[in-house]
Design a protein around this ligand. Structure first.
Ligand code: SR1
Ligand code: MG
Length: 423
């Protein structure tokens, strides 16, 4: 029985005994523990994730560990990340209904969240590696980002509530620290936990680390991330944090939730589509991936377009916070003034998301936490060629972001680099 007892990690063997009296779980899956089947399926970098099936249904039990699972107990990490994940999920559910799993139970002491088992959903990253084209992801993710990022900001919230939330999530220090180091700094020097495909990428890695313009831009992005508490971010919105079927899309795992710049989530997400694009060459043995590559570029266009359209709609209909008050614009008959301010805002988001996307691409190839898109390419030379192209692309985004004016321009560049044979 779990209650106020000290934290103890669950295991496949102990879960049923420890959660048998949990009413929320029993009401989802049935009380008869002799019928419970427990599997540990966590393949992320940090936590335990169990699927528990009973006579009447199934649920997911997610538990934080007091250390980074990927590295081991030499890297302690506080259990309170589960608290931030729970609170982020409840806010995302309210701001973008049906976009996250339903939550059945939260136990702060055991750092444990019991939530909806999403089935037959699979992780989006896996689907993209398999070459599956999901028709709804661009619209669903674009809407999710616009709704959560707009409604968690001073554009919409009562400022008292936003400040309370800002204070609440400000304590997610250790997870921010991971992002601050792993995303913005480690890739650009010889940090201890870095790794890359070697020796194939050694030359490019040395070039990037000696690239002053790139280092300066990466630090400007870090500064922007750390100093702009604009909205409640998901904080780790990559294709491994999204579950899909052909018709449904759900965002999971917001344990990195934090008040930061709107462009961060959008840039991280788009970077993962661009990495999926550059990795396709490595998965081509299952058939030609030209159509998949075209699909992925279309997804970036459609995601950005869905985000912009919904953000603009919310700007016009739900701008109830302290920023750009209607009393200064629409109420004075100055609708164009509000539109002008919206254009400025979308332009800043655009420029910044390119910077965040550039560094995200770099850290997934040069830092500690790689992604399966590249990692599952068994042929090291082929993998290195895909990665080298992505690195070049990422550098262009980070350094030249102010001179890039449309997503079509970005995608033309991606297609050009992808076709280059001498890399
Ligand atoms: C040590 S944690 C490494 C990465 O895993 C998470 O999913 C985040 O992306 C983090 O940066
Ligand atoms: Mg995660």
């Amino acid at each position: 029985m779990i209650g106020k007892s000290p934290f103890e990690a669950l295991s496949v063997e102990t879960l049923a005994g420890r959660l048998r009296a949990n009413g929320a779980l029993c009401s989802q899956i049935g009380k008869d523990t002799s019928r419970w089947k427990v599997r540990e399926v966590g393949d992320g970098n940090l936590n335990l994730v169990f699927i528990v099936e009973g006579a009447e249904g199934a649920a997911v039990v997610k538990q934080a560990l007091p250390y980074v699972r990927l590295v081991g107990d030499s890297w302690p990490l506080p259990l309170k990340r589960s608290f931030f994940e729970y609170h982020a999920l409840t806010r995302q559910q309210a701001r973008a209904p049906d976009s996250v799993p339903d939550i059945y139970h939260f136990d702060e002491g055991q750092a444990l969240i019991i939530m909806e088992y999403l089935s037959p959903h699979i992780i989006l990253r896996r689907a993209l590696i398999e070459g599956r084209q999901l028709p709804n992801i661009a619209k669903d993710i674009g809407l999710f980002m616009a709704r959560t990022l707009f409604r968690g900001s001073d554009l919409h919230m009562a400022t008292k509530d936003r400040k309370a939330d800002l204070a609440l999530f400000a304590d997610n220090v250790e997870l921010c620290d991971i992002t601050e180091n792993l995303v913005f700094s480690d890739p650009y020097f010889d940090a201890k936990m870095n790794r890359h495909t070697s020796p194939q990428l050694d030359g490019i890695v040395a070039e990037l680390r000696a690239d002053r313009d790139l280092k300066v831009e990466a630090q400007r992005m870090k500064h922007h991330f750390a100093a702009n508490a604009e909205t409640l971010l998901h904080g780790d919105l990559h294709s491994g944090s999204i579950m899909v079927t052909d018709t449904e899309t759900r965002m999971i795992d917001p344990e990195f939730a934090f008040y930061g710049p709107i462009a961060f989530d959008v840039g991280m997400l788009l970077a993962n589509f661009w990495m999926a694009f550059f990795s396709q060459r490595g998965h081509e043995q299952n058939g030609k991936r030209d159509a998949m590559r075209a699909y992925l570029l279309d997804v970036t266009v459609d995601t950005w377009s869905a985000f912009r359209a919904e953000f603009s709609h919310l700007w016009r209909t739900e701008r109830t916070g302290i920023l750009y008050q209607k009393s200064l614009f629409e109420d004075q008959g100055d609708r164009l003034g509000a539109e002008q301010a919206l254009d400025h805002m979308l332009h800043s988001i655009w420029t910044d998301l390119l910077g965040f996307a550039g560094v995200e691409v770099h850290r997934r190839i040069l830092g500690l936490a790689h992604n399966a898109d590249f990692e599952t390419i068994a042929d090291q030379d082929l993998r290195a060629r895909c990665e080298a192209k992505a690195l070049k692309f990422g550098r262009h985004l980070a350094v030249n972001r102010r001179q890039i004016h449309s997503i079509d321009e970005v995608n033309q560049l991606a297609a050009l680099i992808e076709r280059e044979s001498r890399i």
